[in-house]
Design a protein around this ligand. Structure first.
Ligand code: R5P
Length: 296
C-alpha cells in the first residue's frame, strides 16, 4: 500500500527524509498565519493511510494546534487512518499529578489529538520515566509507537571516543545508557539526579572510576542543559579524559544551553534531528520510515 506523507510546518526536512526513505514524495501543504495569529491550512485530497509529520518544537502549543487542524482536515480530505509522526513529543514530562489540581497535560494532549482524528503516534525516544508506552496508549484510543535514535547516536559519538564508559544522568536514562554500552561493547553506569525545581537539579556522583577514561553521556532530552552540564563537571572533577554527550532531543531552551555544555568541558556534542539544532547530525528519518513499514 502506498503511503502518503504530509508535512506539518515545524520540520519539512524530516517529512522529506522519511518520504525519501519510503520511496515516495512528501506533500507540503500551505500553512499560513493570518495577521491575528490564526492558522490557515490548505491540504490536498488524500486517501488510505496518511503519515502526518510534525515535531513539537519550537512553540509546542502552536505545533499542537496546527496538528489538530491539519489532521482533522486530512480526515475530511479522505484519510482513513492518520499516523502522526511526532519525532519530539512534548508534554510527556507532565505525566503525573504532583500537587492537587495540577494538569496531567500529556493526557489532555492525547485527548485533543484523538478528537482531531489521530489514530497512531510514532515518536522517538519518548520521555517514559514514570509511565510506560502502554500506560500512554491506555489514556486514549491512539496507539503509541516508539523508535530509538540511541544506536545511531552511540555509533556517531563512538567514532570520537576510545573504549568509553557510558553514563546516564539518572536512573530513568538507564535504558538508553545500557543500549549504547551494548552497542559499543563497553560498560555503563547511571548517576543520581534530584530535581529540586523545574529549573534546578542536583546530581550526586557515584563512585564510578572514570579517571583517564573516555566517557559518553547519553540522555533523551537536553532542555536547559543543566543536567548534562552538572554531569560533565562531575566527570571532569574525577579526571575523565574525552567527554562526549549524545542526546536525542536538543530542546536547548536556555539561552546559554549550548555554550554552557562546552564551558563545562564537553569535547563533542551530538543529537538526533527530531529537533533541528547545531548538533543534530543523526537523521532519524530512515529509522522512522523503517518502523512505518511495520505499521502498515
Ligand atoms: C529528565 O528526566 C530528562 O531525561 C532530561 O534529563 C531532562 O529533561 C534534561 O533537562 P535539562 O537539560 O533542563 O536539565
Amino acid at each position: 500500500m502506498m503511503l502518503i506523507v504530509v508535512a506539518g510546518s515545524s520540520h519539512p526536512g524530516m517529512a522529506h527524509s522519511i518520504a525519501r526513505a519510503l520511496g515516495v514524495k512528501a506533500r507540503f501543504p500551505m500553512v499560513e498565519r493570518f495577521p491575528d495569529g490564526e492558522i490557515h491550512i490548505v491540504a490536498p485530497a488524500v486517501e488510505g493511510t496518511v503519515v502526518y509529520v510534525q515535531t513539537m518544537h519550537p512553540y509546542p502549543n502552536e505545533m499542537l494546534t496546527e496538528m489538530e487542524f491539519a489532521v482533522d482536515l486530512l480526515k475530511e480530505q479522505g484519510a482513513e487512518r492518520v499516523i502522526a509522526v511526532v519525532p519530539y513529543l512534548a508534554y510527556t514530562r507532565q505525566d503525573t499529578r504532583h500537587v492537587d489540581g495540577e494538569a496531567v497535560a500529556v493526557r489532555t494532549m492525547l485527548r485533543l489529538l484523538e478528537a482531531a482524528g489521530v489514530n497512531d503516534i510514532l515518536s522517538v525516544d519518548i520521555h517514559l520515566h514514570r509511565l510506560g508506552l502502554e500506560d500512554l496508549s491506555a489514556m486514549t484510543s491512539i496507539k503509541l509507537h516508539e523508535v530509538s535514535a540511541v544506536d545511531a547516536l552511540a555509533k556517531e559519538a563512538g567514532r570520537f571516543l576510545n573504549k568509553p564508559v557510558v553514563v546516564g544522568p539518572d536512573s530513568e536514562s538507564e535504558r538508553w545508557a545500557k543500549r549504547a554500552a551494548d552497542l559499543l561493547g563497553s560498560n555503563y553506569d547511571v548517576l543520581e539526579k534530584h530535581r529540586i525545581s523545574p529549573k534546578e537539579i542536583e546530581i550526586r556522583p557515584k563512585t564510578m572510576d572514570v579517571k583517564g577514561r573516555d566517557v559518553l553521556i547519553i540522555d533523551d532530552i537536553v532542555s536547559t542543559g543543566d543536567t548534562i552540564k552538572k554531569v560533565i563537571e562531575s566527570l571532569r572533577a574525577r579526571g575523565a579524559n574525552k567527554i562526549a554527550a549524545a542526546f536525542t532531543h536538543g530542546v536547548l531552551s536556555g539561552e546559554d544551553a549550548a555554550a554552557g555544555l562546552y564551558r563545562a568541558g564537553a569535547d563533542y556534542l551530538v543529537s538526533a534531528n527530531t529537533i533541528n539544532n547545531e548538533f543534530s547530525r543523526v537523521d532519524v528519518g530512515p529509522i522512522i520510515a523503517g518502523k512505518l513499514k511495520e505499521l502498515i
